[in-house]
Design a protein around this ligand. Sequence first.
Ligand code: NDP
Length: 489
Amino acid sequence: MIQAASAIINGKAVSGDGPEVALLNPTTEEKLTGFAEAGADLVDQAAQAARAAFRDGRWRNKSVEERQKVLRRIADALEARTDELAEIETSNTGIPITQTRGRHVGRAAHNFRFFADYIGQTAGQLYDQAPEHLTFVRRQPVGVAALIAPWNAPIALGSMKIAAAIAFGNSCVMKPSEIAPLSIQRIVEIIHEAGLPEGVVNLVNGRGATTGDALVRHPETNVVSFTGGTVTGRTILATAGSLLKPGVMELGGKSANIIFDSADYERALDGALLGIFTNNGQQCLAGSRILVQKSIADRFIEEFVARAQRLKIGSPFDTSTNLGPVITANQRDRVLGFVDIATAGGGKLLTGGRKAPGFEKGYFVEPTVVLAADPRAKVCQEEIFGPFATILTFETPDEAFAIANDSSFGLVSYVWTEDHYLALRAQEELEAGVVWINTPMMRELRAPFSGWKDSGVGAQSGRDCEAFYTNQKTVTMSRHPLNLPKLGK
Ligand code: NDP
């Protein structure tokens, strides 16, 4: 296991003198490692290092081809260390190794390759309608990006932020979640081993309210990219806004997964289980509100519950495990606290709702399924962020869309139907930034990933990241010597 650092500044691990933060293995509850929190002074050093790297042009002034080469080397280096990174991520988060090794590390490498390809194809604008002038619009990097990542998929989400920020020539300071910073720390080390100049990517470790807040407020950070909870996102965007720093916010969700009776039944059942139980249920895009049409509801619910009961709970290092522990004891208690909330709101517990039996150690939660009575009930409205599915039934498509949209969130929606006219209507009606039709989860990096309503502000995609991480510059030139009025002559 790697030793946690307080910070990585100019490519070197640095120790802080803030309070000790211990990192626990959620499977064994044992201490993995710990670090002294980076306080305002280390945040300052990291931001100044990023600014110095930006100012002297050691990265932004490299040709696009040179930057592409480094980004692709980073991707190759991440892939070459798939086992190591997956093991770190699984130890720190409890996400099954089949998922960290199978998808998360590959996604991190893909993020760097995607942006390497993207920057080879960008173009500016030219306006030549004015007879005397030519005007062109170009984009230049914004400077230093403050990047703040959550704990639920650090490798995949943190690497996306770093890749997007540096591809366009920026420098950055990354703050991972204080609970799960180890994989991102290792990625930052690997980035340097792959040849990125020092100072371009810096890292600070610490709690959100201290280290994160200092980073958002630091005068040398120009933009803030945040992924995390809606409450935190509001605080960060308010701070950034007061300093006139643009922010992109990817926040929480309570996504509807609508199963029509015209669905390919087996596939919809598979998709519904994957939608809620992947990543131990800790996903912003979880299909956590399952809406089933009444004509198939009895059979669907019975089979969904039976399959949920058969999920293999266990060590996330065991390749046959479907469900590992949730991230912390607090998170376990919060998730289980929704059982009483659900029943108090008229819901019926169909399975689960307890600490998983047979585990003396580890924050294991049984796969939990609740049949809710009222779409307005708290269990249907709040993000639970664990292996906890809430089921509702509906009669008609209009009713399904109304229930789906009756939420403060609008991150993603899932639709299962073989009736393509109904699918087209669904994507029209649903209030969400992403609609997945007959597929559980497909992240197309070329297309925007953006939350509507309380699920976010701004978007991430090739084009959206280009817009976010660059400033526009309009340049106008005269086409020939102008006859200017000679004032004072
Ligand atoms: P939090 O909002 O608690 O924290 C996210 C990050 O922000 C952490 O690094 C945290 O640090 C930091 N932070 C907290 N307070 C501040 C502050 N005042 N200033 C600066 N930084 C701060 O989210 P979680 O880590 O609990 O992640 C789970 C949430 O993330 C869920 O709501 C989930 O839906 C959402 N999410 C959204 C995604 C999306 O793309 N829309 C994707 C994945 C998750 P620390 O941990 O040290 O407190």
